[in-house]
Design a protein around this ligand. Structure first.
Ligand code: ZN
Length: 208
């Protein structure tokens, strides 16, 4: 299954690539956060395939009655699950807390408490499908992988834990932009999970 993954930065040329048929074989769009919702909405309405996304720290807090806080036509996958074709997908939004009262920001401990909420469904998936998860999408990177020492770009340990117990084949994240030290670190394999920083966009072919 071909997936268009996008994150963190509006890439103007995606608009023309979308309408030129460049992504005609794409069957799913995944947004890893920090993108204006009109950008997501434009891409989903042009490609007309499902959109799954998680919120980042520059996105507003989701509110059911406020359309400015979610992407129309998309599914907010924060602490949520879905199935696309034969792929089990789960999401975890936000990043580490670096500013008091920051939106979608969590201390390492509260991120764990959030991740624990995903446990029942992961166990159910394992019983029903023989595996907990195929694709994990998050905004933050895991701790120590593609992250940085600066407080704002430190990864979440709860995501390492999720990867350890759910063993997804793929983990897509954003939040960390490529420059300086992490220039060539956008893909890392950890015990059968391919961890990919999708910033600013990537077309990825996923398999079972
Ligand atoms: Zn971010």
């Amino acid at each position: 299954m071909k997936i268009l993954t996008i994150s963190d930065e509006v890439i103007e040329r995606l608009y023309s690539l979308c309408s030129n048929g460049h992504f005609d074989d794409v069957e799913l769009i995944i947004g890893c956060g920090d993108l204006p919702y009109p950008y997501l909405e434009h891409i989903v309405s042009t490609l007309n395939v499902p959109l799954l996304y998680v919120p980042g720290n520059h996105d507003p807090m989701y509110q059911e009655n406020d359309p400015k806080t979610y992407a129309e036509g998309g599914m907010n996958l924060d602490l949520n699950f879905t199935r696309v074709k034969t792929f089990l997908v789960g999401g975890f939004g936000g990043c580490v807390l670096y500013r008091p009262n920051g939106t979608n920001q969590y201390s390492q401990t509260s991120a764990y408490l959030r991740a624990f909420k995903m446990l029942p469904r992961l166990l159910l998936n394992r019983i029903q499908y023989g595996r907990a998860l195929d694709i994990l999408i998050t905004h933050s990177p895991p701790f120590g992988i593609h992250d940085e020492d600066t407080q704002a770009h430190q990864g979440l340990k709860a995501i390492n834990w999720l990867i350890r117990i759910a063993k997804p084949r793929y983990h897509f994240h954003g939040h960390v932009h490529f420059y300086r030290r992490n220039l060539d670190a956008s893909e890392t394999d950890v015990k059968g999970t391919k961890i990919i920083n999708v910033y600013p966009y990537k077309v990825l072919d996923v398999h079972h």
